[in-house]
Design a protein around this ligand. Structure first.
Ligand code: NAD
Ligand code: IPM
Ligand code: MN
Length: 365
């Protein structure tokens, strides 16, 4: 597997380093041939190469098997227009790679249930997957800009049937392998794009008679996520709604630092934690690397088809949390050992290598 890593800004390099450490270790044990090439993106790319997505990065990514990104965003560039900011590097990268379905799983890990802002009886047992459309909607719709001497600004929310259909199929297929339920989220009481979204999802749903489909308006969905998160299996939604709902879902698990993502459906898959560059904690060695590490596990599963290797990482994360290791963002009570980003990565790497050794030994028998 030829992997390109884009550590990016803020905590991006800190968490990506741990993910790559574990990936290298696990691939080694499983005999997976992995090559890793690092490139620039985001604010650091603006500083060092004059562009948030240098041509050399785009070229390297478009010939890789998969891309693993840390985070982009830097307060130094906060006053710039959208087309000059670090974030545009990520948005252009998503277009270059072509993946349109962004999978963001959020699950109640038993050891962390008390780190959730929700009460245990509400959150326990939650296991949901957000399927966020990633290449359409307000993020990319034209026209956009400022007018009337910059006293007005506008963006365009646009979706075609085909853009909705292809991401809906990913959601229904995911539900077939889970608990068989899709909740499509829109704002069909106000927006035309949402009317089309709802009709199209309904018609795709007919191809999947074994999957139950319901619809929620996005405001109500935000409410149900905090009052009854167990009602969800797969949440299917458009780009901006998915961005907002996935931060909400992420923090239910204990911290934004826990959530992973995989972007699939295009020529090259992209993996990235859901969190940003976290400038408030960057450079202190305390960021939670588990979202990045879980993204690396998704990479082994979705791009590599290495299910056992992916599981060895996920099981290692569970063991390390069961043993009480916590980065500060998920620490809550007594009996926990507070660890740095690097220590958390090392604990997971060690358990993952052990798990891999024993699963290989088991399969050899
Ligand atoms: P953020 O996700 O960076 O941080 C929000 C809060 O969560 C902060 O308090 C932060 O300390 C905490 N947090 C985030 N990741 C964490 C981790 N791994 N461990 C522990 N705590 C963590 O969001 P923000 O502050 O709104 O944005 C900061 C910058 O990141 C902005 O420039 C934004 O555009 C960018 N951003 C990038 C991505 C991405 O690259 N995929 C995603 C979101 C935001
Ligand atoms: C995310 C981020 C990005 C998004 C930004 C940094 C462009 O918030 O991946 O959730 O809005 O998609
Ligand atoms: Mn986001």
């Amino acid at each position: 597997m030829r992997l390109v890593t884009l550590p990016g800004d803020g905590v991006g390099p800190e968490v990506t380093r741990e993910a790559v450490k574990i990936l290298t270790e696990v691939c080694d044990v499983h005999g997976i041939d992995l090559s890793v090439e690092e490139h620039l993106v985001g604010g650091t790319a603006i500083r060092n190469a004059g562009s948030p997505l240098p041509d050399s990065t785009a070229t390297a990514c478009s010939t890789a098997d998969a891309v693993l990104l840390g985070a982009v965003g830097d307060p130094e560039f906060d006053d710039l227009l959208p087309e000059q900011r670090p974030e545009i590097g990520l948005l252009k990268l998503r277009q270059v790679l072509g993946g349109f379905a962004n999978l963001r799983p959020a699950r109640a890990v038993p050891a962390l249930v008390d780190s959730s802002p929700l009460r245990r009886e509400i959150f326990e047992g939650t296991d949901l997957l957000i399927v966020r459309e990633l290449l359409g909607g307000l993020y990319f719709g034209q026209p956009r800009g400022f007018r009337n001497e910059d006293t007005e600004a506008f963006n365009t929310m646009v979706y075609s049937e085909e853009e909705i259909r292809r991401v809906a199929r990913v959601a229904f297929q995911a539900a077939q392998n889970r608990r068989g339920k899709v909740t499509s989220v829109d704002k069909a009481n106000v927006l035309e794009t949402s009317r089309l979204w709802r009709q199209t999802v309904e018609s795709v749903g007919k191809e999947f008679p074994g999957v139950e489909l319901d619809h929620l308006f996005v405001d109500a969905c935000a409410m149900h996520l905090v009052t009854d998160p167990r009602r969800f299996d797969v949440i299917l939604t458009e780009n901006l709604f998915g961005d907002i709902l996935s931060d909400e879902a992420a923090v239910l698990t204990g911290s934004l630092g826990m959530l992973a993502s995989a972007t699939i459906g295009g020529p090259i898959d992209l993996f990235e934690p859901v969190h940003g560059s976290a400038p408030d904690i960057a450079g202190r060695g305390i960021a939670n690397p588990l979202g990045a590490i879980a993204s690396a596990a998704m990479l082994l599963r979705y791009t590599g088809g290495h299910e056992i290797a992916a599981r060895s990482i996920e099981d290692a994360m569970t063991s390390v949390l069961d043993e009480g290791y916590r980065t500060p963002d998920i620490a809550r009570g007594s009996g926990e050992t507070i660890v740095s980003t690097e220590e958390m990565g090392s604990h997971v790497a060690k358990r993952a290598a052990d798990n891999s050794q024993s699963s290989l030994a088991y399969h050899a028998v």
